[in-house]
Design a protein around this ligand. Structure first.
Ligand code: CO
Length: 152
């Protein structure tokens, strides 16, 4: 049985090494972070404004992984539309991969619908989003962090 499981992983399209972060879309980032901090004892992070994406964002470390908080600063940002349609809550999960270029190529070959057909620069590495229609209505982000490839 174990052997079978290993085979499945080896034949996967895009091997996830770990969950890099889970992202929450929120209306008021300070309020949400202090709520989570109060309940779960999380550290207070720096909040950054990412103007081109019309959001404020913060990454909060939780053990081996992170929680990302995103607040829209403009009503026509994707995050604002997400909150309007679905309310506050989990926006995406992010899997860490070894080689994002290779992962994207494999996903394309397998016919998995992508949002980003090329990796792009994120805050903490190269990232790409898979279309939620391909992953059970869950938005999935892939990241190759600077440390993923052993370079830093
Ligand atoms: Co993210």
């Amino acid at each position: 049985m174990l052997q079978q499981k290993d085979d499945v992983f080896d034949n996967s399209i895009c091997k996830a090494k770990s969950i890099n972060h889970v992202c929450l879309a929120v209306k008021d980032i300070e309020e949400s972070i202090s709520l989570y901090s109060k309940i779960f004892g999380l550290p207070m992070p720096n909040i950054e404004t990412i103007s081109e994406q019309k959001v404020r964002a913060a990454m909060v470390n939780v053990g081996n992984t992170n929680l990302e908080f995103i607040e829209p600063i403009d009503s026509d940002s994707g995050i604002a539309k997400f909150i309007k349609n679905r309310g506050e809550g989990i926006h995406h999960i992010c899997f860490e991969v070894d080689n994002i270029e290779n992962s994207i190529e494999q996903l394309k070959k397998a016919g998995v619908k992508l949002i980003d057909s090329q990796p792009r620069q994120g805050l903490e590495g190269m990232i790409a989003f898979i279309h939620p229609k391909a992953t059970g209505n869950v938005l999935v982000e892939l990241i190759e962090t600077l440390s993923s490839d052993g370079k830093g």
